[in-house]
Design a binder for this molecule. Structure first.
Ligand SMILES: O=C(O)CCC(=O)C(=O)O
Length: 283
């Protein structure tokens, strides 16, 4: 992983209690492709999601996996679609604040759930997440948001880092890179995608931004915003859950390759709307 040329943190943006998403937030998000929203979840919702994530670690879903390198402390765990097997998460995403905040941020009348994605770094985990854009792995074109919520305190030196403005570059989407660096994809999505030969030019062109977070804070970013995460230096577990959300401009991409996660929905056609039983409309 490259060392950020500069790390700057724009002021945090309160959402609930203080105020709702406003025009300045929308403008910043459009410009930066990432925004930190403070206190989106209250303590009760944080606790509910923590328990759901802990249960997923105990009993992973069919696509859950843990990366633990021999000799290294801790582990890195990722899993998907808790909402489909955990009633608490289903009710949270249907009734909680996430969908309304997200659609307000991008000015979309409706909003659809693509999947949820758990990221856990145990205390001392040295695992990094390489620089990537989510679009590498997604079979959706258009405004796809990752609504990433911290469920534990995250100090600045352990925070997910973003290349501010990188979503606006006029370049094809990159080919997928596996988060487990010991692995590669046999059959990745390829349509419109090109290998990421050298991250250096992107690293130099765009500032790196990141935020220390408290439980319930969210960082929202687009599927074209490059991001990466460092080892967990926090001295305690770092649990997070991301909700991948689709604005109304999104269309399904039937590329024959395998997305990650490999969800294709039901009965969707290339270039058509993405809603189906697996990808339900939330608003
Ligand atoms: O939580 C992390 O450490 C990485 C998150 C991430 O890369 C993602 O949501 O795409």
């Amino acid at each position: 992983m490259t060392t950020p040329a500069s790390v700057v943190a724009p002021p945090p943006t309160p959402v609930f209690g203080a105020r709702e998403v406003g025009d300045d937030d929308r403008a910043r998000f459009a410009d930066d492709g990432v925004i930190c929203l403070r206190g989106v979840l209250d303590a009760e919702a944080v606790e509910l999601l923590r328990r759901a994530v802990d249960d997923a670690i105990e009993r992973p879903g069919p696509h859950g996996y843990q990366v633990a390198n021999p000799g290294d402390p801790g582990f890195f765990f990722t899993d998907y679609n808790l909402w489909q097997r955990d009633e608490r998460v289903r009710r949270f995403i249907e009734d909680g604040p996430v969908a309304d905040v997200a659609r307000s941020l991008v000015g979309s009348p409706g909003l659809t759930l693509y999947f949820d994605n758990v990221f856990v770094k145990a205390a001392g985990s040295r695992n990094i997440v390489p620089w990537h854009e989510d679009a590498m792995y997604m079979r959706m074109n258009g405004t796809v948001l990752n609504f990433w919520i911290a469920l534990d305190p995250v100090p600045l030196d352990s925070a997910v880092m973003f290349k501010r403005g990188s979503h606006r570059r006029d370049a094809p989407t990159s080919l997928a890179i596996h988060f487990d660096q010991a692995k590669t994809y046999a059959d990745p999505l390829t349509r419109g995608r090109v290998p990421l030969e050298d991250f250096g030019p992107i690293d130099r062109e765009f500032d790196t931004v990141c935020w220390a977070a408290e439980p319930g804070d969210a960082v929202v970013f687009t599927q074209r915003t490059f991001h990466s995460s460092p080892p967990n230096n926090a001295g305690r577990i770092r649990r997070a859950i991301g909700f991948l959300l689709l604005a109304d401009d999104v269309t399904f991409d039937a590329d024959p390759g395998t997305s990650d996660p490999p969800f294709r929905g039901e009965g969707l056609v290339d270039g058509g709307p993405p809603q189906c039983a697996s990808f339900p409309r939330l608003r």
